[in-house]
Design a protein around this ligand. Structure first.
Ligand SMILES: Cc1cc2nc3c(=O)[nH]c(=O)nc-3n(C[C@H](O)[C@H](O)[C@H](O)COP(=O)(O)OP(=O)(O)OC[C@H]3O[C@@H](n4cnc5c(N)ncnc54)[C@H](O)[C@@H]3O)c2cc1C
Length: 305
């Protein structure tokens, strides 16, 4: 067998890709993780819902631990972009940093990209670090109990997120991208839950020591302990589409119970697959996918009888 041939090319080194690498390496598979270093987990100042870390863990630290564990068991991890992947019979050839990488299988763990509010990047980073700007109420709604919460929403995302956050605080305000997009039924639901709905659009966001300020188009300034950006996200599916993987209506990659996509030899794990966007889910997907990949390769090698 070709000594350069990988058992699996893992695209993406977030929690999904790194967990898959740990499993594959421990199954004694030749796995390479290629990661462009833009994991959503790296945005997490401190996660408090990740099991096993009762005092919480910083996202960058968690990724570093996972990477060290994958390398410890023999997986290779490379910082680069996978620019394209072509199928070549029962193999794949990927273009990585100007060279060709051959693999028997591919695991796509490319994640999603949150749409950000229009903010200077340094201001955005400061607001995130202070907990004044957040993206995931499932992750950290608990941390804003009884605080004043703003929700910057687009489409249906804003209404759904504002209603979700009502469990945590009586002081929730929705700032829709376009007031006219909130229909009568949603206005009624918001009003029933005592959620304020603001008509003028947000002109500018500023973060201070203790709060985040939203300056509205009419000149008014509103202050919140925390503002959730509910502007939606975009799944990184370019490689998947080129490989012929089916996508869902929501834009994620469709998978079966073993995380196999509709394209033979291609698996998917994490946020880019359909499901709840959480570290634990990404890790679960990865464990299932890596095991299915190993079992398929065992069968191909005549070792599954
Ligand atoms: C602010 C914030 C707070 C959060 N808090 C929590 C929390 O407390 N608890 C929790 O469970 N979840 C939390 N999440 C969600 C969590 O971060 C994600 O569910 C998790 O990171 C998904 O892991 P993933 O591996 O699927 O994707 P990601 O972590 O996003 O990793 C995907 C990786 O793939 C790489 N990639 C993409 N395309 C390519 C390519 N072509 N070539 C090479 N590399 C590529 C990207 O650069 C990236 O590094 C939070 C998210 C955010 C934004």
């Amino acid at each position: 067998m070709d000594s350069d041939l990988l058992d699996c090319l893992v695209v993406g080194g977030g929690p999904a890709g790194m967990t898959a690498a740990i499993y594959l390496a421990r199954y004694r598979r030749r796995a390479l993780v290629v990661d462009a270093n833009d994991s959503r987990a790296a945005w997490i100042p401190r996660s408090h819902n990740h099991a096993g870390f009762p005092d919480g863990i910083n996202g960058v630290d968690l990724l570093a631990r996972m990477s060290a564990q994958a390398r410890h068991f023999g997986a290779r991890v490379e910082r680069a972009d996978v620019e394209r992947i072509d199928r070549d019979g029962d193999r794949f050839t990927a273009e990585v940093a100007g060279r060709a990488v051959a693999a028997r299988t591919v695991l796509l763990a490319t994640g999603v990209v949150n749409r950000r509010p229009a903010m200077d990047p340094a201001e955005h980073a400061r607001a995130m670090a202070r907990g004044h700007l957040r993206y995931c109420p499932v992750c950290d709604g608990y941390e804003v109990i009884d605080r004043s919460i703003g929700v910057l929403g687009a489409d249906g995302h804003g209404v759904a997120e504002a209603l979700f956050l009502r469990t945590y605080s009586e002081d929730v305000t929705l700032l829709p991208a376009r007031y006219a997009d909130v229909d009568a039924r949603d206005r009624e639901r918001l009003s029933r839950s005592n959620i304020r709905l603001i008509e003028p659009r947000v002109h500018q966001l500023r973060t201070g020591e203790r709060c985040i300020e939203a300056e509205l188009a009419d000149g008014t300034t509103l202050r919140f302990d925390t503002l959730y950006a509910a502007l939606g996200s975009d799944a990184r599916t370019d490689l998947a589409v080129a490989l012929g993987c089916a996508l869902s209506d929501g834009g994620g990659i469709v998978a079966d119970a073993h995380q196999a996509t509709s394209a033979p030899g291609v698996w998917v794990a994490g946020d880019v697959a359909e499901g709840l966007d959480q570290i634990s889910v990404a890790m679960g997907h990865a464990a299932v996918a890596a095991t299915a990949i190993h079992n398929q390769l065992r069968a191909e090698d005549g070792l599954a009888r």
